[in-house]
Design a protein around this ligand. Structure first.
Ligand code: ADP
Ligand code: MG
Length: 606
């Protein structure tokens, strides 16, 4: 006799039930999907003991009549699709006709339901997949599904359930993620008779998000329409970010989806604007023709397949980048959102102290020099301090020679600002009396950023990296492991512009990247790069750039160093020129702007 036998029905149904239902949270997920599909406007999730004892979902949707109740718990019974073609135009959350079947297979289920147009409601009871009873039962319009004793007939699964708190946390997370794309539905979660959260209905996605995460104060918004999809994104400024990716969420046709592509696109869009290990907040809602996605690749529908993932990736990056560029690039302190982080608080204190001192002394700070008082023939063209630009290898402007429109508008921008002075030898204070605004620049942070952007531009835009041949090759003694690192990453070093020869116990550097100005120490840099690779950072151009940026930051003007008004203007001008100078490479803000109103409110004049 052969060894292969057909499994009996009972085993088959338990196996497939297990695929759909792997804990209380998946029961909740399926029941909410059904309530949403039934067009409910109110969904209450009532949980006892993390769902181990009871999971109850109450909705006010379409309901089921007696005939539907008789069928709803049978495998492959659904009102949502009829033919295979329907699979390509799914607009409902469920469609496989498996959820109620799987749930009732592994628990004790009661469903009470009444469609609005019926006089009488009914209650059906199923136990471990077996029909028990169907009787008339008083009921509101809508449906109540009660799931008791989950996995009572699957002891192994039951033993694997986590603690009450953990199971509840998972349930909570599911409900939250289900609720976000449906702000027009009222949601409530009750645990052990205590209301955990109430999400009243609203017509704004943003309001729903803020109701769930009250710590989110401000998100920007962009909406883009492409041929086959519409993308709506709520995103934070680069200076507001989190230590985890929890608040980077993707919803496709109102379904929460886990997608690596999405997370990578987000990192890409913010690339050098946020420090490593910090994650901006991004809620992305995609509405796409259902025939361009396949939601049927995961039993719990956690993942979906896109027909053209590359395009989606590109669209997401493009939308976020555009959003970041068009919204204010400078942190604005407004009266109503004076929710300062530590850094901002420090600045605020500095200004207060400065202004109080200024009032007391009633005289201008020592190094005060208003721009229009500078002894220049033609301030519009002369204030750029060439030696300063050269000294710090900043990109240079040739205003003396050229007088194009672009330069003029740039100059007008700079001209609006009056340099008041430096406070605490670190923050440059500018005033724009016409627009009643104050601008504070962290001289160190902005300078780091400018150097960084310059390097970044050279490296990433100029893929064919230039190298400079050293007049006399540099011999560096290096330990074996560092030599191996260089050997293993030879192509990478070459791509960057290094020409290195490996000898016995030393290396000979014959050429270095052009972006290495005079001030970046070659030996230290190479050692630092090797050290970081040894520590485990992934050897990529971006990461090496990060290291070089850190080195360059060290050589940037340190906070506390005095700078002249020439230099201050030079920095202001460079930063207005640079698209993304509002945060230093480590993600700290480098400029803060606020208006007169804010100042007045600090002095309680308002
Ligand atoms: P699916 O959602 O994939 O169709 P389910 O097993 O989840 O399969 O549900 C089976 C059917 O029962 C649904 O198609 C729907 O007609 C009905 N149903 C389930 N839950 C509800 C509910 N809360 N309100 C109204 N009808 C429901
Ligand atoms: Mg369903």
């Amino acid at each position: 006799m052969g060894k292969i036998q057909l499994l009996d029905e009972n085993v088959i149904s338990k196996i497939s039930a297990g695929e759909v239902i792997d804990g209380p949270y998946s029961v909740v997920r399926e029941l909410i999907d059904n309530s949403i599909d039934a067009k409910s406007t109110k969904i209450i999730v009532n949980i006892i003991e993390g769902g181990k004892k009871l999971i109850e979902v109450i909705d006010n949707g379409e309901g089921m009549d007696k005939e539907d109740l008789e069928k709803c718990y049978l495998r492959h019974s659904t009102s949502k699709i009829r033919t295979i073609e329907d699979l390509y135009k799914i607009t409902t959350m469920g469609f496989r006709g498996e959820a109620l079947a799987s749930i009732s297979e592994v628990s004790e289920v009661e469903i009470i339901s009444k469609p609005a147009n019926q006089e009488e409601g009914y209650k059906i009871t199923i136990n471990g997949g077996k029909f028990i009873s169907l009787t008339p039962h008083p009921s509101q319009d809508g449906t109540i599904v009660r799931v008791k004793n989950l996995f009572f007939n699957l002891p192994v699964r039951k033993n694997f359930l986590r603690s009450e708190t953990t199971e509840f946390r998972n349930i909570f997370d599911v409900v939250i993620k289900k609720s976000i794309p449906f702000p027009e539905i009222h949601f409530e979660i009750i645990h052990n008779l205590k209301k955990e959260i109430i999400l009243p209905k609203t017509n704004s996605l943003l309001e729903r998000i803020k109701n769930i995460y009250p710590e989110i104060k401000e998100l920007n918004y962009i909406r883009k329409t492409y041929d086959e999809m519409e993308i709506e994104i709520f995103f934070s400024k680069p200076s507001i970010n989190r230590p985890t990716r929890n608040l980077q969420q993707l919803f496709v046709n109102k379904r929460y989806v886990e997608s690596k592509t999405f997370l990578t696109a987000v990192s890409n869009a913010y690339s050098n604007l946020v420090p490593k290990g910090s994650y901006p907040i991004v809620f992305c809602f995609i509405t796409i023709d259902p025939s361009l996605i396949d939601v049927n690749i995961h039993p719990a529908k956690k993942e979906i397949k896109f027909k053209n993932e590359g395009k989606l990736f590109h669209y997401i990056i493009q939308s976020i980048k555009e959003g970041i560029e068009t919204t204010s690039q400078i942190i604005t302190l407004e009266e109503d959102n004076l929710k300062f982080n530590e850094f901002e608080k420090q600045i605020k204190r500095s200004i207060e102290e400065f202004l109080i001192k200024k009032r007391e002394v009633e005289e201008k700070p020592q190094h005060y020099k208003a721009f229009d008082q500078l002894p220049l023939q033609n301030p519009k063209t002369n204030y750029v301090d060439k030696t300063f630009s050269q000294k710090y290898s900043l990109p240079q402007n040739n205003y003396q020679q050229s007088n194009t429109n672009q330069n003029l508008t740039q100059l007008e921008k700079v001209n609006k600002w009056n340099f008041i002075g430096t406070i605490f030898n670190t923050y440059l204070l500018f005033e724009n009396s016409e627009e009643e605004k104050v601008l504070i620049i962290d001289q160190h942070a902005i300078h780091e950023k400018l150097i960084y952007s310059k390097l970044y531009k050279e490296i990433l835009e100029n893929k064919n990296l230039q190298k400079q041949i050293l007049l006399s090759p540099l011999h560096i003694e290096l330990s074996k492991d560092f030599q191996t690192i260089i050997k293993d990453n030879y192509t990478l070093f070459n791509q960057l512009g290094f020409e290195i020869e490996l000898n016995e116990n030393k290396i000979t550097v014959k050429a270095i990247p052009t972006f290495f100005g005079k001030d970046i120490p070659i030996e230290d840099s190479i050692i630092e790069i090797c050290e970081k690779i040894k520590e485990g950072i992934e050897p990529s151009i971006e990461n090496i750039l990060e290291i070089v940026a850190t080195i360059s930051c060290r050589k940037a003007i340190k906070g506390g160093e005095k700078i002249t008004s020439f230099e201050a203007f030079s920095l202001l001008e460079e930063s207005l020129n640079s698209k993304d100078s509002f945060a230093c490479p480590h993600g700290r803000p480098s400029m803060i702007i606020f208006d007169k109103k804010t100042l007045e409110s600090l002095f309680l004049r308002r």
